[in-house]
Write a protein that binds this ligand. Sequence first.
Ligand code: ZN
Ligand code: ZN
Length: 417
Amino acid sequence: MEIKAIRGFNDILPDEIGKWQFVEKNAREVFEGFGFSEIRIPILERTELFSRGIGEATDIVEKEMYTFTDRSGNSLTLRPEATASMARAYLEHQLYTFDPVAKLYCIGPMFRYERPQKGRYRQFYQIDAEVFGVENPMVDAEVIVMLVRFLRRVGLEKLELQLNTLGDRNCRPRYREELKRFLMNKSFQLCEDCQRRLQTNPLRIFDCKVETCQEAIADAPKVSDFVCSECQKHFDKVKEYLEMAGLEYILNPRMVRGLDYYTRTAFEVVSYQLGSQNAVAGGGRYDNLFQEIGGLEIPGIGFAVGMERLVSLLPKDKVFVSYPHLFIAALGEEPLKEAYRMINQLHLDGIRAELDYEGKSLKSQMRRADKLKARYVLILGEDELKRGKAALRNMGTKSQEEISIDKLSEILKSKIL
Ligand SMILES: [Zn+2]
Ligand SMILES: [Zn+2]
């Protein structure tokens, strides 16, 4: 029986990978320009890191985590997001003793047991960037500016930055109570999940897709009307710094973000490309996360970009696959040996070259060169080889010229690089 991949787990094949590499390369360049360093964290963590960090009363922790018991009886979880792990690493290695400000990014797979659908997988990829140790709203704006700059650089268009403030420990409890009171009168309209959320985490009802829940919450009080003066001041500064950077935004008072740990600034970047509305990235400030996972009182802010979504929105006319510069069609035993020797040199010279290992006919080798989309083909026969010559064919123009083999690298470099 043929073994297939697990449902919801996806292969990214060679003809797709160029897009992923393009996105990753640009993320590294943009983020490092802003002073960020990469961090690589484990895929597996203790379950309590997420249950405490993300919050027990969230969909992720309640029903989406890949949790299992290992052979020693420890409860482990495949990371459903990166922020909690990055915060754990920052505390564990006391990165704050080197510099209280840490700017970190991480690229890799996350795991959530969600219903698989088109473009959504149980193993999905995120780019995460986080700043730990700064409370100043200047850094909120800077992180958002970096995100938008990155998305524009990879070619995304029609982006909209949505902004909200979620309050903090001082003011959010009052809002929660107010929201609860408002929804109590409409609880008959709420779905089963939201009935429960009403008791445990009423803000999550904003994220519910059920229509009657959406109707129930339509006229609900807004969190932004309940924030304390400190939170309001912070939010005003964030907006001021965004304006200074020339970044437009719209206020979305209904955006609460899925996770418990967000405080104050919350944001999402939405793309209106392809005629529909797609959230490409989101994030926010989380000044209580570190305490939840047993650490010091350290502020943090960051975002996650969904790579599957981002890759699907890349410009359609851009070529992301790299094709061979040269294909050597060798005819006969000696020419094949010579081709092997030449290719090893060409690779050192930075030329992407391929050959045919099987000694097939010229016609079949030309067909393969065509299929691989090689830009040039070098036809190397016994007689030409004796004279130190070969035919170089431009596959685009179909023109052909005889060249000296010892000049090949030089000639190709002048044409290609
Ligand atoms: Zn609901
Ligand atoms: Zn507040």
